[in-house]
Design a protein around this ligand. Structure first.
Ligand code: AHR
Length: 519
């Protein structure tokens, strides 16, 4: 390996052997998140009166983009919102539902959209529901009532109420989050690890007594910088290991002070964050002589300019009084953000043996791949593309890659590979798909992929997302220019004797789909 951050061509060689695999691609790895926050629900997925809205108020233009994005599972209804939420407020005749203050986002919540609406919408979107319960202000009783309401067939108080509210069949929600970010002092009902660990254990027990088939996610640290990171996971799992199936991780990344090189290398942080949580889970497993394996639900991740939120937006929101669905953290994403999102998806995929669920936060308007305007259009942000391609193409087994690449020096992570990659192999369709980012801002990437043991191959797809002609790394898709950034053909990719060669544009995220069956 050579240090070449100032030369005009970086080099990378990826060796892939079909026998070296990590795990099956977890179906729930390409999840998303809908929170009652800002304009994610109201004027996002739901806007009665919009020209594209159906009879239930679901925006069909947004739904079409969601189907194209391809999330498999969607977490709902929060987020910080859920820690003050009464789920009963969101069921029954809409006219009877109470209007409440949501303290988490300083917003007036009308409750016009609730559990039934979300389940109906999720069916339309063809996604699994991942329901979060309130363990901030509420506890065991309200949680087991909600499971009975949602999943019990009938003949009991809560299940018959669901039927009277129009849903004869149970919702059959399998995946549940035991609260949200309760380690954070900002959270309504913030708790110590011991307080939360016991509450999670007892709530999980009671929920599984109602429906033993459900899977439960315990709250992990809100981020890696939390002073209690590590000890929080250890304490919570020491209490609740036997009762839960996953522990959550959350991480948001951003460019600090124009340091694009470190930002483009943030998947290095995600890799080691995951490795750290895996170690803690396994330490508790060993010490407690447990046999089952707890895995990870990375149920909030994305690029988010939190500096702007903390220094400007939070104050503006408080100063503007109580409003319905105000604009909150509607970050506009550019080419650099899309490349980083691609690498974060690589990191999640590389860890598919332990990260079984992941949710990009959020789906529409609020730090989202899809934007919409009230009464207006909906469009794809730049970060839509790596998610959509990976959700559609990552199939079969995750491959373990050996990467040897030129190095780029970064302030935060030292020297990192100029090229970051992940790959899958679907034996049934005969497709190997390699996802690859060139982190260099100025150098093309000379890429060689040695695919051992796959036999003859054909390049079925070669596409890239990069700086468009006439643009720069800050180019973004805006309402007036919704297609400025997208996937374009990657010219010149070839395969000879199982060796793929391609030239990656500077600052790019690419997909190479190789067909072994029809070569
Ligand atoms: O996704 C935005 C917010 O970020 C969520 O409500 C919260 O859980 C996290 O801090």
């Amino acid at each position: 390996m050579t240090r070449t951050d100032r030369i005009l061509m970086t080099h990378a060689r990826i060796t892939i052997d079909r026998d070296f695999t990590v795990a099956d691609v977890p179906h729930r790895l390409f999840g998303s998140f809908v929170e009652h926050m800002g304009r994610c629900v109201y004027t996002g997925i739901y806007e009665p009166g919009h020209p594209a809205a159906d009879a239930r108020g679901f925006r069909s233009d947004v739904l079409e983009l969601v189907r194209e994005l391809g999330p498999t599972v969607i977490r709902y209804p929060g987020g910080n919102f859920v820690s003050g939420y009464r789920w009963e407020d969101g069921v029954g005749p809409v006219a009877d539902r109470p209007v409440r203050l949501d303290g988490a986002w300083h917003t007036v919540e009308t409750n016009a959209f609730g559990l039934h609406e979300f389940v109906d919408w999720a069916r339309e979107a063809e996604v699994e529901v991942m329901e979060a319960i309130n363990l901030g202000t509420r506890g065991v009783e309200e949680a087991r009532a909600l499971v009975e309401y949602a999943n019990h067939p009938g003949g009991t108080y809560w299940s018959d109420l669901r039927r009277r509210n129009g849903a004869e069949d149970p919702f059959d929600i399998k995946l549940w989050c035991l609260g949200n970010e309760l380690d954070g002092p900002w959270q309504i009902g913030h708790k110590t690890a011991a307080e939360y660990g016991r509450l999670a254990q007892e709530t999980a027990k009671a929920m599984k007594l109602v429906d033993p088939s459900i899977e439960l996610v315990a709250v992990g640290s809100s981020n890696r910088q939390m002073p209690t990171f590590g000890s929080w996971e250890h304490t919570v799992l020491t209490h609740a290991y036997d009762e839960v199936d996953y522990i959550s991780m959350h991480a948001y990344y951003q460019e600090h002070d124009g340091d694009a090189a470190s930002f483009l290398a943030d998947a290095v942080d995600m890799d080691s964050f995951i490795d750290g949580v895996v170690s803690t889970i396994d330490a508790v497993k060993a010490a407690g002589k447990h046999t089952k394996q707890v895995d990870i639900s990375f149920d909030e991740w994305n690029v988010w300019d939190q500096d702007r939120y903390n220094t400007v937006e939070e104050r503006e929101i408080a100063a503007s009084g109580w409003r319905e669905h105000p604009r909150v953290i509607e970050d506009t994403y550019d080419v650099t953000d899309a490349v980083v999102v691609g690498t974060l998806l690589h990191s999640l995929l590389r860890h598919g043996d332990r990260v079984k669920i992941a949710n990009q936060a959020q789906l529409v308007n609020v730090i989202a791949p899809i934007r919409s305007e009230e009464g207006g259009p909906a469009w794809r942000q730049s970060i839509f593309w790596p998610f959509a391609r990976m959700a559609a193409l990552a199939r079969g087994r995750i491959l373990r890659l050996a990467v040897s690449a030129s190095q780029i020096s970064t302030k935060r992570y030292g020297d990192v590979d100029a090229v970051d990659a992940a790959a899958t192999w679907d034996e049934e369709s005969g497709r190997v798909v390699v996802f690859v980012a060139n982190r260099s801002l100025e150098s093309e990437g000379d890429l060689t992929i040695d695919l051992r043991g796959f036999g003859a191959l054909r390049v079925a797809r070669a596409e890239t997302l990069t700086v468009p002609e006439g643009g720069d790394r800050k180019t973004a898709n805006l309402e007036a220019t919704p297609d400025a950034v997208g996937m374009v053909p990657l010219g010149g990719a070839s395969v000879v004797d199982g060796v793929v060669r391609a030239t990656l544009p500077p600052l790019s995220w690419s997909v190479l789909e190789l067909d072994a069956a029809r070569a």
